[in-house]
Design a protein around this ligand. Structure first.
Ligand code: ADP
Ligand code: MG
Length: 256
């Protein structure tokens, strides 16, 4: 049975999408069957894996509005050399879903109900969340077995973290009692400054959650890869970024 991991942090720009794309690709490279679900209306995971978000059909929007079956929404063979990597894409249409579903029954469980039908076909399902604690993020956390929280190594790293942990605990208490904290992963670590190191130490002092040993360095190749629509392990497999996400994938596999 597949393990479902939501990649969440209500802050934007902390590395959720970069982690969703490259952790999924690194897992797929080991031969695991992986599904990425993009739940951010910005659709950056969708375009980062080579789909045209403006023209793509059968997205998370159609899935949640019950206009398409989940099988129709799964796009296969999106990356040439990663045949075990599938995606359910998203685009700007998804921003309307929250309003359109405002009166829907059990609206916190819409994604979970859909994913149930296909979860046995995957080893890992990675859900990229939007930068908010919205109904879409709650759906992701209700569907997931665990939450992986990317934290950017910058001065304000701790800001908002207690609110995020509170939300995870609320979802656990009310909607998904089995939900676990997969762990915190530090991103955009800059070894040339003391600040990055101080942030890591400071966050570790303040939280009780699991922290991944792998730290993702700031690496220009990670920022470039999405413009080619391919993950880092296909764009620049020898880069520090590719190496780091490979190690993160190994840790995730070991934790299962
Ligand atoms: N480790 C990294 N090194 C360099 N740039 C990064 C790294 N991680 C993310 N970025 C860049 O930072 C920006 C925000 O990252 P992103 O993954 O989109 O964050 P989020 O999904 O949390 O908003 C993007 O432009 C991305 O390419
Ligand atoms: Mg994102």
């Amino acid at each position: 049975m597949g393990r479902i991991i939501a990649v969440a942090n209500q802050k934007g720009g902390v590395g959720k999408t970069t982690t969703s794309i490259n952790l999924s690709a690194a897992l797929a490279e080991t031969g695991k069957k992986v599904l990425v679900i993009d739940t951010d209306p910005q659709g950056n995971t969708t375009s980062g894996l080579g789909l045209d978000k403006n023209s793509v059909e059968n997205t998370v929007y159609e899935l949640m509005l019950d206009e398409s079956d989940i099988e129709e929404c799964i796009h296969h063979e999106i990356i040439d050399d990663l045949p075990t990597l599938d995606i359910i894409p998203a685009n700007i249409n998804l921003s309307a879903a929250e309003i359109e579903l405002i009166d829907a029954e059990h609206k916190e469980y819409i994604l979970k109900e859909a994913v149930k039908k296909i979860m046995d076909s995957y080893d890992y399902i990675i859900i990229d969340c939007p930068p908010s604690l919205s109904m879409l993020t709650v759906n992701a956390m209700t569907t997931a077995d665990s939450v992986l929280v990317p934290i950017q190594c910058e001065y304000y790293a701790l800001e908002g973290l207690s609110q995020l942990i509170h939300t995870i605990n609320l979802v656990k208490d009310r909607l998904n009692p089995e939900l676990k904290m997969e762990g915190v992963v530090f991103t955009m670590f800059d070894s040339r400054t003391n600040l990055s190191l101080q942030v890591v130490e400071n966050v570790k002092d303040h939280i009780e959650e699991n922290v991944f040993r792998t730290i993702i360095p700031r690496n220009i190749r990670l920022a470039e890869a999405p413009s080619y629509g391919i993950p880092i392990n296909m764009y620049e497999p020898k880069s520090a970024g590719a190496e780091a996400y490979k190690l993160l994938a190994e840790e995730v596999i070991t934790n299962s």
